[in-house]
Write a protein that binds this ligand. Structure first.
Ligand code: PHE
Ligand code: NA
Length: 500
């Protein structure tokens, strides 16, 4: 029965792991997180988080996948029968992420086409929310489908599920071999153009000028850890799944370092590109750079279109390349997220890959349609907020505490990794995972629970109100219900019998 799929080449695995890591988070999340948390000075906590949590956890997940050769639920089960449910939780978080991550890729697809006629420029009001997303309903209301989102969304799923149908070697590996080099080339073109724009230097100065007063602020450290976890796709079952397809003879630690540094290089490059462009925008509008930055969705889908309109020559091409890079980066990440539950279903229910893709991918695609409605953005906001606040750090914390302290598996895993890798793991690896990471993540969770739970349920400190001013009912149904549902479904799946 040992017919588990395998990567064809080492480069194929590394490209797929980098493809998963490099995503929307590198392009629209990192530049603003870094800027808001001290600019150049942010690089210190950021590198600390990369070296003490990011890479050690990446090594941990690569080792688990390679040693236990299973999807996240199966790998956890093989480590200890009672911990299968943790694998399912990670898979379910990945599932939830995939339902809205796909929608943002769909927007980027639309915008890459819009670049050719720049019709966002003719809009008098807010093009994104008004003209494109047609949001005329209240939070919690669904309204009608928005065809401009629905059609590219279906296309996104057709591409991703089509690749997954083909399997690990013929599908995921080949897609990444094409998409990732293409992404690197497009991105280099964008960055080179960006830093040669008039005003770019002011943007770079704003980005890199260190605000050392922020280094002592615990929030900044928390932001650095949050960015590293999201950016490296760790704690979502992804890297366990991908490394379960490694051949027996594979190097683990080396691959983890390449993936970690590859992702961070891309991220810092994105910061340089984005701030070069913002510097140009600031100069055009006569405002300081701090006035033109916006975070997340606003940066890519509101600020960038404005900049593209003012671009000195070839703006259609530049706009197209920018949004195409979001699409490529996003698609390779979405493949990895979706593969976690495809692999989980194949292992648990002993069904074919085709069935697992049809069923798992089909249900995810169906749910994602909710975000392609007039009220979709509200739901997307709440889902993203919950995942970022709780999903990322909490799963990471559960993972390290379980493995380091409850199962006490670090020593075995270290021996496994050292047996096959060039770079040997020393005591630093154990200390990072059993002491430093749990302390930082524990502190993060403590702060978040205090802030959110007290605020929403006990009403303490309600002067700041709910997230984005949404009503209690909407947040309850939108977020907490999904969170609790995920816990229950995870436990039910773990209690379900394995099909031999
Ligand atoms: N790492 C990806 C990024 O930076 C995001 C991602 C998150 C991918 C979760 C998979 C799972 O955008
Ligand atoms: Na990333």
């Amino acid at each position: 029965m040992e017919t588990r799929s395998q990567w064809g080449t080492r480069a194929g695995f590394i490209l797929a792991a980098v493809g998963s890591a490099v995503g929307l988070g590198n392009i629209w999340r990192f530049p603003t997180v870094a800027y808001e948390n001290g600019g150049g000075a942010f690089l210190i906590p950021y590198l600390f988080a990369l070296l003490t949590a990011g890479i050690p956890l990446l090594i941990l997940e690569f080792t688990i996948g390679h040693k236990y050769r299973g999807s996240a639920p199966l790998s956890y089960r093989r480590m200890n029968k009672k911990t299968e449910f943790v694998g399912w939780w990670a898979v379910i978080i990945a599932f939830v992420i995939s339902t809205y991550y796909s929608v943002i890729i769909a927007w980027a697809m639309s915008y890459s086409v819009f670049s050719f006629n720049l019709n966002w420029g003719s809009s008098t009001g807010d093009f994104l929310i008004g003209d494109y997303l047609q949001r005329t309903v209240e939070p919690g209301q669904i309204g009608n489908f928005v065809p401009g989102v629905l059609i590219p969304l279906l296309l996104v799923w057709i591409i991703v599920l089509g690749v997954l149908f083909k399997g690990v070697k013929k599908g995921i590996e080949i897609a990444n071999r094409i998409f990732i080099p293409a992404l690197v080339i497009i991105f280099l073109i964008i960055v080179i153009r960006a830093i040669t724009l008039p005003g770019a230097i002011d943007g770079l100065e704003a980005f890199f000028t260190p605000d050392f007063s922020k280094i002592g602020d615990p929030e900044v450290w928390v932001a650095a850890y949050g960015q590293i976890f999201f950016s490296l796709s760790i704690a979502f079952a992804i890297m366990i799944t991908y490394s379960s397809y490694l051949p027996k003879k594979s190097d683990i630690t080396n691959n983890a370092f390449i993936t970690g540094f590859g992702n961070s290089s891309f991220e810092i490059l994105a910061g340089i590109g984005v701030f070069g462009i913002l510097g140009f925008m600031a100069m055009q509008s006569g405002l300081p750079v701090s006035e033109v930055v916006e975070s997340g969705v606003g940066l890519a889908f509101i600020v960038f279109p404005e900049i593209i309109n003012q671009f000195p020559g070839m703006n259609a091409l530049f706009g197209f390349l920018f949004f195409a890079s979001l699409v490529l980066a996003g698609l390779t990440s979405l493949m990895s997220i979706t593969e976690t539950y495809v692999a989980g279903l194949v292992d648990k229910f002993n069904i074919t890959r085709t069935k697992a893709v049809l069923f798992g991918g089909g249900v995810a695609a169906l749910i994602s349609l909710l975000f392609a409605t007039q009220g979709g953005l509200y739901f997307l906001d709440v889902a993203d907020y919950f995942i970022n606040q709780f999903g990322v750090a909490l799963m990471g914390l559960i993972e390290v505490v379980l493995i380091a302290w409850i199962l006490r598996e670090l020593k075995n895993l270290k021996e496994h990794a050292n047996g096959i890798s060039d770079i040997k793991l020393g005591a630093w690896w154990t200390v990072c995972l059993s002491v430093i990471t749990p302390i930082v993540l524990g502190y993060m969770m403590f702060k978040l629970f205090k802030l959110n739970i007290l605020r929403e349920f006990v009403g303490e400190n309600n002067t700041t109100g709910n997230y984005e001013g949404y009503t209690d009912t909407f947040i309850l149904w939108g977020g907490w219900a999904v969170a609790i549902g995920a816990l229950v479904v995870g436990i039910i799946l773990a209690l379900t019998k394995w099909k031999k």
